[in-house]
Structure formats: structure tokens, C-alpha cells
Write a protein that binds this ligand. Structure first.
Ligand code: SAH
Ligand code: SF4
Length: 350
């Protein structure tokens, strides 16, 4: 089948067989990218209208026990100046975000296990103070018991990218003591507990080929995450992958478009990494079917020490985001940001 036939089939059936997905990845070209983006943009419009959901992201700690080879926050990076926001700081980030119109707070951080008990209390406090807001967590791999406590405290969404669905590839991106099976255990538990669950991968991570990307698509097709985070790999100068190449922006757009067609109702952010590799890259990601924008509401002083990769966009943006000009940018391509929790809606993916 030609890429047009494959994409048309995907567009109408929301399903492709494994080997068809592989064919589709191999068919990546400027033409197929354009064709996929066009279908995916229309699909997102038909499901969500021209709405984009803003999320406020608080990078609450950069302390991490892990050593992912790609990440600037890895434990062995001694140059990273470590911080953990206080409870008051985190609550005032939420207050700020709420005032700006955000109705979802994303609390993202390293695996800072010394903070766990206080963190549970903090989730409760945010939930009581902002009952109409959604709380999303991105705090890595944890025991089921803790996931359950956090859920009972008021968090209803969890972001944990699978990074790569190929076990051998996973082992090339992480040291021995970080296990692929544990990541999968976490993802399955989160979903079973009732969290809206986010998975996703980096595009162009070291040693990745089209075969691994195809496995990622198969995984996403079958796992059906409610949220999907996909961005290009970008090297960080103080990690073992400092000399590796940055992932392709266009290939990322192509994959985002394919995922929009595979999982029409999923919430897909136009990631910060897209803006880091290309100016206003997130606008193009929205055209490819993304419908979520994460806005950084971490205090500037700490934010500069939360560097997952080099030249991370928004690192130096002023506090009190200029939402007016951001809205204006989205208006130029026909979209508008809405004040809404933007929950996953049961629908065509199920
Ligand atoms: N510790 C948590 C959350 C912080 S990292 C976790 O690991 O889930 C959030 C995401 O940033 C990771 O899932 C990874 O996909 C992405 N990331 C880390 N380093 C990156 C890099 N060098 N380039 C692109 N994305 C990166
Ligand atoms: Fe820690 Fe997450 Fe970075 Fe891995 S990706 S080192 S778990 S912050």
C-alpha cells in the first residue's frame, strides 16, 4: 500500500496492523509528513474543535535517584545545582497559574523519594484549595502503594513516558538498575488504578531506528494512553549522550500526526522540546494534531536548574507568562486557548 492508502485507512479505521505501521514509518518523507499532518489536523478539529488546553507545569524538584543517560537531572551529573521547592512555593505557583486561567497543574520532578510523604500532603492541599482543577503528576517510577495514596489524595493523571517500547533499546538508554519491566509495571498499574495515563517516547534517541519507532506506535496503539508526550531527543552537555545528534523535528511531527490518527481522543501536548529545536515549533505541532500546551510556572530562579536538555525553551521566560501574545499566535493559525480542565473524554479510542 502507498503511504496515502495507509494514512487514509488509519484515518477511517483508527487502526493499522503491525506491518502496516512499519511500512508507514518507513514511508516518512516531506510528502507523507504533509499528508499525515493534514489528516491529523482535521481529525483533532473534528474531535476537539479549535480548542487548546493550557496546563501549568511546576518543576517541583530536580533531585533524582536515577541515571537515565539522556537527562541533565541524572544523579551523577554533579554540575546540576539541586533544589526542591517548599510547600509554600509550590502552592504559590498554583495560585499564580490559577490566576492566569490554568485548570490543570502538572507537578513534574525527578525521583526525589525523600519528599514522598510531604508530597502526599501537598497533593491533598492543592486538591482542597482548587477542587475544580486537575492534578497531574510526573514523578517517575514508584511503588503501587504510593501511586494509590497519591490518587486518593486527589491526583487523577500521571505522565510516565515509556521512552522506548523495545527492551533492548531501553537498556541502552538506562543503566542496569533501571528496568524496562518496572516501567511497564508502573504504566499498567497507573492505568488500572484509574489514572488518566500518559506515555510517549523521544524521537531520535541514541540507537533508535525506524524499527523501534514502529514498536512505540504498536505499544501506543495497544496500551491506549489517555495522554501522549512525544518530543525530539536533545543532547545535554553533562550527560553520556552529550555528543549524540538531536532528533528530527519533521519526523516528530510525522509521528505526532500518526498518533493523533491512531488515538483520536487522546490529549497530546505540543512539547517544549518542539519549541527548543525550531522557533514556534509548537504551532506546527498543533497543526499536526496536538491540543495541549504546557506552560512553565516554576519560579525563574529554580527553573534555570531544571535542564533536562540543552537550551530548553522557556528557561528564561518572564514570570507571569504573557498569555495574551501566546493566544494571539494560536489565533493566527485558527485556534483558541480555553479555560477548562480538559479531561480525557471516553470515545473513539476505546
Ligand atoms: N523524572 C520524571 C519526570 C521528568 S523527565 C520521569 O522521568 O518521568 C520528563 C521527560 O523528559 C522524560 O520522560 C524524557 O522523555 C524527557 N527528557 C529527558 N531528557 C531528555 C532529553 N535529553 N531530550 C529530550 N527529552 C528528554
Ligand atoms: Fe530522573 Fe526523569 Fe531525568 Fe530519568 S528522565 S534522570 S528519572 S528526571
Amino acid at each position: 500500500m502507498s503511504y496515502k492508502e495507509l494514512l487514509n485507512k488509519l484515518n477511517t479505521e483508527q487502526w493499522l496492523e503491525d506491518k502496516e505501521l512499519l511500512q508507514l514509518v518507513f514511508a516518512f518523507s516531506p510528502e507523507s509528513e504533509k499528508y499525515a499532518m493534514n489528516l491529523a489536523g482535521k481529525k483533532a478539529l473534528s474531535v476537539f474543535g479549535n480548542k487548546i488546553y493550557y496546563r501549568g507545569i511546576v518543576e517541583f524538584t530536580n533531585i533524582c535517584r536515577n541515571n537515565c543517560y539522556y537527562c541533565g537531572l541524572r544523579k551523577d551529573n554533579e554540575k546540576c545545582k539541586r533544589y526542591r521547592l517548599t510547600e509554600d512555593q509550590i502552592l504559590s505557583c498554583c495560585e499564580n497559574g490559577y490566576r492566569l486561567g490554568m485548570r490543570t497543574f502538572v507537578l513534574q520532578g525527578g525521583e526525589d523519594i525523600a519528599f514522598d510523604v510531604e508530597f502526599t500532603d501537598l497533593i491533598k492541599k492543592i486538591h482542597v484549595r482548587y477542587p475544580e482543577c486537575a492534578i497531574t503528576l510526573g514523578a517517575g517510577e514508584r511503588p503501587d502503594k504510593l501511586y494509590r495514596e497519591w490518587y486518593e489524595s486527589g491526583a487523577t493523571r500521571y505522565l510516565l513516558r515509556h521512552e522506548t517500547a523495545d527492551k533492548k533499546h531501553y537498556e541502552l538508554l538506562h543503566p542496569d538498575y533501571q528496568h524496562f519491566d518496572n516501567r511497564m509495571r508502573c504504566l499498567n498499574s497507573l492505568k488500572k488504578m484509574g489514572y488518566q495515563t500518559g506515555a510517549g517516547m523521544m524521537v531520535g534517541s541514541p540507537y533508535q531506528t525506524y524499527k523501534e519507532l514502529c514498536e512505540d506506535l504498536i505499544f501506543l496503539r495497544d496500551f491506549k494512553p489517555e495522554m501522549v508526550g512525544i518530543g525530539p531527543f536533545i543532547p545535554h552537555h553533562d550527560t553520556p549522550f552529550r555528543d549524540k545528534e538531536t532528533g528530527s523535528f519533521d519526523l516528530t511531527l510525522y509521528l505526532l500526526a500518526i498518533v493523533r490518527l491512531l488515538l483520536p481522543t487522546s490529549l497530546i501536548p505540543a512539547t517544549t522540546a518542539m519549541d527548543t529545536v525550531i522557533k514556534d515549533g509548537r504551532l506546527q505541532a498543533v497543526k499536526a494534531g496536538c491540543n495541549v500546551i504546557m506552560l512553565n510556572i516554576t519560579p525563574l530562579k529554580e527553573r534555570k536548574d531544571y535542564r533536562l536538555y540543552d537550551d530548553m525553551a522557556e528557561l528564561n521566560k518572564m514570570e507571569g507568562l504573557d498569555l495574551g501574545s501566546l493566544n494571539a499566535k494560536f489565533n493566527t493559525i485558527g485556534y483558541e486557548a480555553v479555560i477548562d480542565r480538559g479531561d480525557y473524554k471516553e470515545g473513539v479510542n476505546k
